[in-house]
Design a protein around this ligand. Structure first.
Ligand SMILES: CC(C)(COP(=O)(O)OP(=O)(O)OC[C@H]1O[C@@H](n2cnc3c(N)ncnc32)[C@H](O)[C@@H]1OP(=O)(O)O)[C@@H](O)C(=O)NCCC(=O)NCCS
Length: 134
């Protein structure tokens, strides 16, 4: 199978939602098309994987192209998993971010994956929309 990779967020919102659903990437507002469109539009580093004209993988990040890249969403269509697409999406994300450090929060099921491909676990902290600073 020939997979090609593209850079940029000019990707249809429905196709992205479909990949997220198929990959089982939860905790994204998949039922809110407007929010998803905003997330795609605001992403300044997006790498996508394609089987012909079919979107099969997405790496959606925000980066300053210098110090840090926040890799928010990494998803590969279920039937395309375990073929190296996720690793290639991350490799291209690191490169396109001009080697800024890539940070992410792993979903519980993906912890072993990130360990396996060689990421370092650090101490991540978050302030969710429901939390207030004390
Ligand atoms: C996590 C995910 C992006 C990985 O993508 P992928 O294309 O299947 O992964 P790759 O094929 O690049 O895997 C690279 C290596 O990791 C291994 N691997 C894949 N999934 C793994 C897992 N869950 N646990 C441990 N190792 C894993 C592969 O076997 C491969 O090993 P090898 O190179 O030694 O043979 C994909 O499984 C996915 O979309 N999962 C659901 C959504 C999700 O959890 N995303 C992460 C949110 S933080």
């Amino acid at each position: 199978m020939m997979i090609s990779y593209r850079l940029g967020n000019d990707v249809g919102v429905d196709a992205v939602i479909d990949v997220y659903r198929s990959s089982t990437l939860g905790s994204r507002p998949l039922d809110d098309r407007e929010a998803m469109a905003k997330m795609i539009q605001a992403a300044n580093l997006m790498v996508t994987a394609w089987d012909g004209e079919r979107l099969v993988g997405v790496a959606r990040s925000l980066t300053d192209f210098c110090f840090c890249t926040y890799l928010s969403d990494l998803a590969v269509r279920r039937e395309y998993q375990r073929q190296g697409i996720g690793r290639e999406l991350m490799r291209r994300t690191q490169k396109a971010g001009l080697s800024a450090t890539v940070f992410l929060f792993a979903a519980p099921d993906a912890v072993a994956y990130y360990e396996h491909v060689g990421l370092t676990a650090g101490s991540g902290w978050m302030l969710t929309r429901l939390q207030k600073l004390r």
